[in-house]
Ligand binder design. Structure first.
Ligand SMILES: O=P(O)(O)O[C@@H]1C[C@H](O)[C@@H](CO)O1
Ligand code: HPA
Length: 356
């Protein structure tokens, strides 16, 4: 379907389509008011095919238009993946998402090819402290890997499909295994700060509110319309990680449990934490779930863990200690990065050896 409209109509449409972002300086003279002065002879052709939106403009006009996608069409993801595989000369098999303060997971990568997010076409940028905003491609324990040093969160203003878009990029780069890591608050009273919880399930609170990274038209090239999520977290990888933790002598710091993602950026209230505990949640954070959903949708094997960076209070008190804060989260992550790195690298080694 083709729709012809003037630049002014195009500009107005941004107010009703907040998922489209255009750099205003690039819209001159569209952003010059009043509208009657706007060149009505400038025509734009929108091509709508499923979720794909392509914008073309008259070659005579000197207005450069930049479209930023919130729901990325297959072709755009393919372009990003090509940029990375061609730029690195690799087709990585394992994808790693580094949680808050866990960027050192990517520092282990040998012969790294580094892609700053802002230099990757159509890629969002990281805005959170502890998320450097780089994609690192290389080898780790013999396996080809790509790691996100910085993830995208819902609270940064990105829709869930955009937060987890890099998982689809990983898939099209050749990734079969997703390692997702996060910093989380421990709700289970048995958890101590610095412990690692291997995720074996999740409670998708954003999903309860009707929000999903898979919302909108489904592209079957990624996966089915209605993916099943039981068995999302690979049991073999969990068992291998437990064996590795025993070999590392950190068995008592390892748990297997349920993670829940809330939207953030505020930490939770006591009443919310009590409710989550009643629902069987062991650790709470602001990420990972939508990445896992996206990964399972395109049939990737998933391993995920939470580093418990703070204990969540589930009783009312006046203690300042009960208040979570990001500095503490970062400090604990820094303290525990060695154990997290060792766990991840050993598990990657096992995967690599098993597939060799
Ligand atoms: O990216 P993750 O989930 O590891 O980061 C957690 C959640 C918030 O972004 C931040 C809060 O301290 O840490
Ligand atoms: O207590 C927390 N709540 C939510 N997200 C978090 N990330 C680290 N700690 C927490």
């Amino acid at each position: 379907m083709y729709l012809f409209c003037s630049l002014w109509e195009f500009h107005s449409s941004f107010h009703c389509l907040p998922s489209w972002r255009v750099d205003k300086k690039d819209l001159w003279p569209v952003n010059m008011y009043p509208p009657k002065f706007i060149a009505v002879h400038s025509y734009i052709v929108y091509t709508f095919i499923s979720s794909k939106i392509t914008l073309q403009y008259s070659p005579k006009q000197d207005v450069k238009l930049i479209l930023v996608f919130d729901r990325y069409p297959y072709e755009v993801i393919e372009e990003i993946a090509d940029f990375i595989t061609k730029g690195s000369g690799m087709r990585p098999k394992i994808g790693i998402i580094c949680g808050s303060g866990l960027g050192s997971l990517a520092d282990m990568i040998q012969d790294p090819k580094i892609f700053e997010y802002e230099k990757i076409p159509n890629f969002p940028v990281s805005t959170v402290e502890g998320h450097a905003g780089r994609l690192v491609v290389g080898t780790l324990e013999g396996a080809t890997v790509m790691a996100m040093q910085g993830r995208f969160h819902f609270y940064e203003g990105y829709p869930l499909a955009k937060c987890s878009m890099p998982v689809r990029v990983m898939k099209l780069c050749g990734v079969e295994y997703l390692f997702a890591t996060n910093a989380a608050g421990g709700i289970n009273p048995r958890f101590a700060v610095g412990d690692i919880m291997l995720m074996h399930d999740h409670v998708n609170m954003l999903g309860f509110a009707g929000n999903s990274p898979l919302q909108g038209p489904n592209d079957p090239r990624f996966g089915p319309r209605f993916p099943a999520l039981v068995n999302s977290y690979n049991k073999d990888l969990i068992n291998k990680a437990i064996e590795i933790a025993k070999a590392m002598g950190i068995e008592s710091n390892i748990h297997v449990g349920v993670y829940s993602c809330l939207g953030g950026p505020n930490y939770e209230t006591i009443a919310e934490l009590k409710a989550l505990r009643m629902m069987g949640v062991d650790a709470v954070g602001m990420s990972t779930v939508h990445e896992v959903i996206t990964a399972r949708h395109c049939d990737m094997k998933v391993f995920a863990f939470s580093l418990i960076t703070n204990k969540c209070a589930t009783e009312y008190s006046d203690k300042k200690d009960d208040e979570a804060n990001h500095d503490e989260v970062m400090a604990v992550a820094k303290n525990r990065q060695k154990a997290c790195c060792e766990l991840v690298s050993r598990l990657i080694r096992e995967i690599h050896l098993a597939s060799a």
